[in-house]
Design a protein around this ligand. Structure first.
Ligand code: PEP
Ligand code: MG
Length: 762
């Protein structure tokens, strides 16, 4: 609870903080090297904060903190006392990027006594990290001889001072000592970075550094009231420009609009804006206040592993940057300077709204220093069909604006200023791909039919409206799997029935007369919704997810079913349930569907002309319930990603296991064969919509088993059709029949040899 006296105390502290900052500015403006300025700064802080000791530690190469300046500790210890990050209280502050205020420091379990410093008489310690660009650059500490409790305002004052010191450290001659040479080596030489693929593909272009240097120059405010006014003006301008972006985002890009709407909400986050205004009250300029709050947030969140929280950080990064641009009188990060025709966007991290600021026609690839597959921006980039490589260490220090960059998303690598030989390989591969794309565009008009006239039905997998145009340009027969959780994942709040109805209706509108199989929410496990809190589970993949949540929270499933039925507005619709393990679950889900059908009819909405009900075969238990299952459904679709994971008890997301069990093993193929035969005997159409269906070699094996329906990512449809059209089914069927009866871990080499001998591109 805030006490009645607190605002006055705060005002007094704010005044003290402003005075301290003003003096600090004088020191920074005066001539002299870093050392002499730091010496003056620690003296000033000690005097202004009434401390007996003030010390500044700086992070040195090798993750060591070196005492750089002190008043109060033994001057001999300067440049001699070194602590590892994590060692002692100072090391802990650096390791956690959090401030520590301790009344009785020697009694703290992490206290590490260094005799050379002569710090034994000091009881209380307040230390704050020196942060810049989200990284800890050092630690600033004050100590008092007598025990005392530091106020929150004192902590904040020292944090603000630390921010100014961070500028000094960044602009100092530290780098001149040669110790940072490794970091600054890039520049003219070619270099290759490895990362993690968020979207495959190959592209080349000129580097455009997202958020070009927005260095905050003026840190200390002359007139806080004027800074507040500048801040609010910029906030207003930012809101208007976000509104304009929202209005511009065409209705047929509803997903992008949803994402932008989330932004608009975060942009009004009171907590965030209050922290910025507080930082201005303490004496910073509006720009420095935005940066201070951002640095703080970044450092705090650097230790969070929760992917949702990390994505929120990306949202705030985006907004902080927008706000800085508005403070600088600019409007959008993308609008700076003349951009090249082929943009390879380089960023530490980037929000989806920022990505959509760039001209889509010129955007060739995205490379990130951070970034994760589940991020909003990865989902949008996939829909834009540009290669994305993320988690490239030191990216920003290696690339200069307008450097030539080749992004090889297929192999998770990025070439900066590529050497001639790399360039030559790229040119060759790119030309080959262009030819293949042309052929595939032609191919879209031709039927997916083997040389011996066996027809195959190809469907796309989709999850965003941005995917839908590919249904037509690939010439696919329909949407085999519409992952409804993806639109849920990119929203900040649960979409109500009306919002869902609108979305599903748009999907059906865009599909025209091609069928769409909507899969009900498959959340839980690794697919988390920001607004749906789950208790942590020990084995999320085996836990409370998909249909299990739907049946335990029937309101959510019923809302979705109602929206799907209303969206159909008389048109045919297919609905399938994920992760069914027992027939009773399917029956329960069908009962909910029946109730919704009755309700929608009673409301006078036209019912679907035809309602087809399907199940995803992902859990092996269904293999022993096939007759009951197949007698109850209109279609089934094999989710081979999960089926393989559960069959071999092998986490599908664990890179250590990704090569271990081959989907082309006789075991998996015999399981699939059993499913194909059972479905055929029951007259129930069966398709496969897991990743294996999109890989030509695997898909060829599936065709050899007798499968005739495949659902894959839009980009896979062309290569699949090319494979199918050069294939002869009869000899393939013979081969697969023989191979699946053989022993061994994989039949991949035999299938490859078959394809090679017959010139089948796989
Ligand atoms: C699968 O499991 O194969 C599947 C298609 O579903 P998802 O990848 O969405 O789990
Ligand atoms: Mg699945």
């Amino acid at each position: 609870m805030a006490g009645a006296g607190e605002p006055i105390a705060f005002a007094a502290e704010a005044g003290a903080s402003r005075r301290l900052l003003a003096r600090l500015r004088d020191i920074m403006a005066a001539s002299g090297g870093m050392q002499s300025r730091l010496d003056k700064i620690v003296r000033l802080i000690a005097a202004e904060m009434g401390a007996e000791v003030c010390s500044c530690y700086v992070v040195r190469p090798g993750d060591v903190l070196e005492l750089f300046a002190t008043i109060g500790l033994n001057p001999e210890a300067v440049h001699r006392t070194r602590l590892r990050i994590g060692e002692g209280l100072v090391g802990e502050i650096a390791a956690t990027a959090r401030s520590l205020a301790i009344a009785n420091a020697p009694a703290h379990p992490n206290f590490a006594y260094r005799p050379e410093t002569g710090e034994d008489p000091y009881q209380s310690l307040l230390g704050v990290p020196i942060l810049r660009g989200g990284r800890v650059r050092g630690v600033l500490v004050i100590q008092h001889r007598h025990r005392r409790t530091y106020s929150e305002e004192q902590v904040e004052t020292l944090e603000t001072v630390a921010m100014v010191v961070a500028e000094l450290a960044a602009n100092s001659d530290l780098a001149a000592r040669g110790e940072l040479a490794a970091e600054s080596s890039g520049g003219i030489l070619p270099s290759r970075l490895e990362g993690v693929t968020l979207n495959a593909g190959l592209a080349q272009g000129l580097a455009v550094l997202h958020r070009p240097q927005l260095t905050v120059r003026e840190m200390v405010a002359e007139d806080p009231a004027a800074e507040q006014a500048r801040l609010w003006q910029a906030v207003d301008a930012m809101h208007s420009s976000l509104d304009a972006l929202l209005a511009e985002t065409a209705a047929d890009h509803a997903d992008s609009r949803d994402i932008l709407e989330t932004y608009r909400m975060i942009a009004e986050d009171r907590g965030w804006l209050t922290r910025i205004t507080d930082a201005i009250v303490s004496g910073l300029t509006a720009e420095a206040a935005v940066q201070r709050v951002q640095d703080d947030l970044r450092a705090r969140m650097a230790h969070m592993t929760d992917p949702y929280m990390r994505e929120r950080l990306a949202d705030f990064e985006d907004l902080a940057n927008r706000l800085l641009l508005h403070l600088a009188g600019r409007t959008s990060a993308a609008a700076i300077g003349t951009l090249p025709d082929d943009i390879v966007l380089i960023a530490r991290s980037i929000g989806p709204a920022e990505l959509l600021d760039y001209d889509r026609r010129r955007l060739r690839a995205l490379v990130l220093e951070e970034g994760s597959a589940a991020s909003h921006v990865a989902i949008v980039a996939r829909a834009l069909d540009i290669p994305v490589v993320a988690q490239c260490a030191d990216l920003l220090s290696r690339v200069e604006p307008l450097d030539q960059v080749i992004v090889d998303g297929d192999n998770a690598q990025v070439f900066i200023r590529p050497a001639d030989d790399v360039q030559a390989v790229f040119n060759e591969t790119a030309a080959m791909r262009a030819r293949r794309r042309e052929q595939q565009a032609e191919m879209a008009k031709l039927p997916a039919e083997t040389r011996d006239r066996v027809a195959v039905s190809l469907h796309i997998n989709a999850g965003l409206l941005l995917d839908m145009p590919h249904l037509h340009d690939t010439g696919a027969d329909g949407v085999g799997l519409y992952r409804t959780e993806i639109p849920f994942m990119v929203r900040s709040a649960y979409p109500d029935v009306a919002a869902q109805t609108e979305l599903y209706a748009k999907v059906l509108d865009q599909a025209g007369d091609k069928p769409v199989a909507f899969r009900t929410l498959d959340i839980g496990g690794d697919k988390r919704l920001p607004y749906f809190s789950e208790v942590p589970q020990e084995n999320p993949a085996l836990g409370w997810r998909a249909i299990r949540i739907g049946l335990d929270r029937p309101a959510m499933l019923r809302n979705q079913l109602r929206a799907l039925l209303r969206a159909s507005a008389g048109r045919p619709i297919s609905i399938m349930f994920p992760m069914v393990a027992a027939i009773a679950e399917l029956d329960a889900a069908r009962r909910l569907l029946e109730r919704e059908r009755a309700r929608v009819a009673a409301e006078g909405h036209p019912l679907p002309e035809r309602l087809r009900i399907g199940v995803m075969i992902e859990v092996p238990s269904l293999l022993w319930q096939l007759p009951s299952l197949l007698s109850r459904v209109d279609f089934v679709s094999v989710g081979s990603n999960d089926l393989l994971q559960y069959l071999f008890a092998s986490d599908r997301g664990n890179p250590k296991l990704s090569q271990r069990y081959d989907p082309l093993s006789p075991i998996m193929l015999n399981v699939l064969k059993q499913l194909i035969d059972a479905a055929e005997a029951a007259g129930v159409p069966l398709s496969i919509c897991g990743e294996m269906a999109g890989r030509p070699l695997e898909a060829m094996a599936l065709l050899g088993l007798g499968l005739r329906r495949l659902a894959a990512a839009p980009a896979a449809i062309g290569p699949l059709k090319t494979m199918i059209r050069s294939l002869e089914m009869a000899p393939l069927t013979d081969l697969v029949e023989r191979l699946r009866r053989a022993e061994g871990e994989t039949m991949r080499p035999n299938l490859k040899a078959f394809a090679r001998d017959r010139g089948i591109p796989v």
